[in-house]
Design a protein around this ligand. Structure first.
Ligand SMILES: NC(=O)c1ccc[n+]([C@@H]2O[C@H](COP(=O)([O-])OP(=O)(O)OC[C@H]3O[C@@H](n4cnc5c(N)ncnc54)[C@H](OP(=O)(O)O)[C@@H]3O)[C@@H](O)[C@H]2O)c1
Length: 318
């Protein structure tokens, strides 16, 4: 990994560094940290030797180069992500690093994207768009309302709960499901029994060894005819080959913000199905994001350097 030696040498004698992903995190100055704060958005030359970094706040999605540099960051104590998902950094992380994610930052935006996908699929918005391009005033098939639909929310964390609040305003019946069962929330063991009950199944779980292909051919076959599966989590949570088979039969519909693989290759069969709506992983891609993320990173830095407990710890370094 290359790094900017001249800049590094200027503060070599100082404490280990902090890397921040946005140039205008001005609030960081007011913290008066006992460490040099360097800007690195994951592109170009790393402004420090990876060994000299103690706290790394990483943008999302991180370019491959910054992931490889993680392997060389042997003095790293904290990796702060700006995403909720963390599966992509695990293979590059030393066991002594405390990993923090940021589930609150993109939850509303991702839930809203899920809401868009659901409404657009039920209303067949794709036909309106195609007809507008063709300047055609044709009456499509009657619209399918969302009121009264039963929605199975698989994953009831930040995104699942935000989506639940939005859906409840539309008169839907919501069935939340999470890893651990609790009052009003079903546990993952109940999944096979709940799938056939749902008109809409939404995936909002992290990608882990337990959720990879959580929805496979068998679970897809349990879905009601004409029901809709919505994936706003990670592509690999849904078995793509099994989904392609099910869509080919025309029995169910899909709305996908995430796919496996990503980006979806031009010749992939998923593009061709009229019963599948696809958005290019835009769930958390929202305008005011950097400002919100900056405030969170600054608070995490303040906590870390004043010895307070960090928030959103996914894995504690050993
Ligand atoms: N499309 C996008 O642009 C986008 C944007 C942001 C995030 N995401 C993805 O969405 C995922 C979820 O985000 P979040 O912020 O809602 O995460 P979160 O707050 O950590 O919530 C995750 C939920 O999933 C549940 N869960 C975990 N493993 C499960 C299993 N095996 N079976 C059933 N439920 C399980 C958890 O159960 P417990 O409550 O019992 O722990 C929790 O309710 C992220 O990890 C990320 O991959 C996508």
């Amino acid at each position: 990994m290359q790094y900017d030696r001249a800049r590094f040498q200027a503060w070599e004698a100082e404490a280990l560094a902090v890397l921040v992903p946005y140039k205008d995190i001005t609030q960081v100055q007011s913290l008066d940290l006992p460490a040099p704060v360097l800007f690195y958005d994951g592109h170009g030359v790393l402004p420090a030797n990876p060994d000299s970094v103690e706290f790394w706040a990483m943008p999302h999605p991180p370019p491959r180069a910054s992931l490889s540099a993680l392997r060389e960051a042997r003095n790293l104590k904290v990796l702060q992500l700006t995403s909720s998902g963390f599966d992509h950094v695990l293979p590059f992380l030393h066991s002594n690093v405390t990993l923090c994610n940021a589930p609150g930052l993109r939850a509303e935006a991702t839930a809203e994207a899920g809401m868009c996908l659901i409404l657009a699929s039920l209303n067949d918005v794709a036909t309106w768009v195609i007809q507008k391009q063709q300047r055609l005033w044709n009456w499509p098939a009657p619209r399918e309302g969302i009121a009264g639909k039963r929605v199975l929310l698989i994953g009831f964390g930040a995104i699942g709960q935000a989506l639940s609040r939005m859906l409840s305003g539309f008169g839907t019946e919501i069935i939340p499901l999470a890893r651990r069962p609790r009052s009003g929330v079903a546990g993952s063991d109940e999944l096979p029994g709940l799938i056939p009950e749902a008109d809409i199944v939404v995936l909002a779980v992290p990608l882990t060894s337990a959720t990879r292909h959580l929805i496979d051919a068998e679970k897809l076959s349990l879905m009601k005819a004409e029901s809709l599966i919505v994936n706003i989590s990670r592509g690999e949570v849904l078995d793509t080959d099994a989904l392609v088979e099910e869509l080919r039969r025309g029995r169910i519909r899909a709305a996908l913000d995430v796919t496996d693989p990503e980006p979806l290759p031009e010749d992939h069969p998923l593009w061709g199905f009229p019963n599948a709506l696809i958005s290019p992983h835009i769930g958390g891609h929202i305008k005011d994001f950097e400002e919100k993320a900056s405030r969170f990173i600054v608070q995490q830095l303040r906590r870390y350097y004043s010895g307070e407990r960090l928030e959103c710890v996914v894995e504690t370094g050993t």
